[in-house]
Design a protein around this ligand. Structure first.
Ligand code: ADP
Ligand code: F6P
Length: 324
């Protein structure tokens, strides 16, 4: 029989993502509407182990939906990767009367939630990462804001790159995944897009492309490089030496994670947050909320973590075809 839930907690973990506040707000308000008490745990699992736990009411989350970052702060916590850390986390939840916990983060954060579920704390994961690299879901909160931020920044680099008739290598985030690079590559009309899932480290291909494009009269050459490949600065030096075309590297970095969330991230955050609170109110545990094939669904965390995904091949081919 499902455990009776009275108090739920919510935390954000791993890299922050725009839209996490919408998710927190929805967990709080939907949780309260179910008659549950709601607590916020600051700084992810690190804050759980340090008992940084606050009470939430409906007003605690006023004026947060448009804010970037996470009002609960976030952290990475190596102690929580250990069985001792996980035992302590479950014990602290019990001490504070937290019988259910919503974890907003990526796969690593879900692995932590899985461990708490195994220790009797009902847990629900919500996919929150700009990287879009969670296999069980077609969408992760933060991606849309991040790609729009990166796209605007790349447009600006492109202006100066064209004025100087340069080659620009622009590195975008995404850890080992190429989703941000692929989307920006298409949206910014890049000449080359380097994706960790596809790149073969053959720089001669890039060099040949730059030389050919110059002959065709192109004034700039934009290369979007994914963080998972990296080394943009040394790549720029080698390319300039081989082509004679002035080449600059720009690493966009953490600005991609900031800013007010787009409409899409506010809505996905709100719906996924509310869905997670509903699952906890029903007594469910060890589930991840996902968006799949046009629908909000939930899956077992073990099943979700075992899934794999790849970049959509047709979109990769379109991106290549556009760079003629
Ligand atoms: P993300 O959640 O975005 O994938 P991380 O991989 O950095 O980000 O994980 C965030 C946090 O989740 C880690 O700092 C750690 O506290 C916890 N975590 C990650 N992996 C595990 C694991 N295998 N077991 C328990 N906790 C984990
Ligand atoms: O997972 C989100 C992300 O921004 C990745 O794209 C990037 O690899 C990583 O986090 C950077 O982490 P940190 O903020 O610790 O530098």
């Amino acid at each position: 029989m499902a455990k009776k839930i009275e108090t739920i907690g919510v935390l954000t973990s791993g890299g922050d993502a725009p839209g996490m506040n919408a998710a927190i707000r929805a967990v709080v308000r939907k949780g309260l509407s179910h008659g549950l008490k709601v607590k916020g745990i600051q700084q992810g699992y690190k804050g759980l182990l340090n008992e940084e736990i606050i009470d939430f009411d409906a007003r605690s989350v006023s004026d947060t939906i448009s804010k970037g970052g996470t009002i609960l702060y976030t952290a990475r916590c190596s102690e929580f990767r250990t069985p001792q850390g996980q035992d302590l986390g479950a014990q602290i939840c019990r001490k504070h009367g937290i019988d259910g916990l919503v974890v907003v983060g990526g796969d690593g954060s879900f692995a932590g939630a899985q461990q708490l579920a195994a220790r009797g704390i009902n847990t629900i994961g919500i996919p929150g990462t700009i990287d879009l690299d969670i296999a069980c879901t077609d969408y992760t909160i933060g991606f849309d804001t991040a790609v729009n931020t990166a796209m605007d920044a790349i447009d600006k680099v492109r202006d100066t790159s064209t004025s100087h008739e340069r080659c620009s290598i622009i590195e975008v985030m995404g850890r080992n995944a190429g989703y941000i690079a692929l989307w920006c590559g298409i949206a910014n009309g890049a000449e080359d897009i380097l994706l960790p899932e596809r790149y073969d480290y053959d720089e001669q291909v890039l060099i040949n492309n730059i030389i050919q494009n110059r002959k065709r009269g192109k004034k700039h050459h934009i290369i979007i490089n994914a963080e998972g490949i990296g080394h943009s600065t040394s790549m720029a030096r080698r390319i300039e030496a081989a082509t004679g075309v002035e080449t600059r590297a720009t690493i966009l970095g953490h600005m991609q994670r900031g800013g007010s969330p787009t409409c899409r991230d506010r809505v996905y955050g709100s719906v996924m947050g509310a869905y997670a609170a509903d699952l906890l109110a029903e007594g469910q545990s060890n589930r991840v909320v996902a968006f799949r094939d046009g629908k909000y669904v939930d899956l077992d965390i073990d099943e979700a973590l075992a899934m794999q995904k790849d970049l959509p091949e047709y979109v990769v081919r379109v991106a290549k075809a556009m760079s003629l």
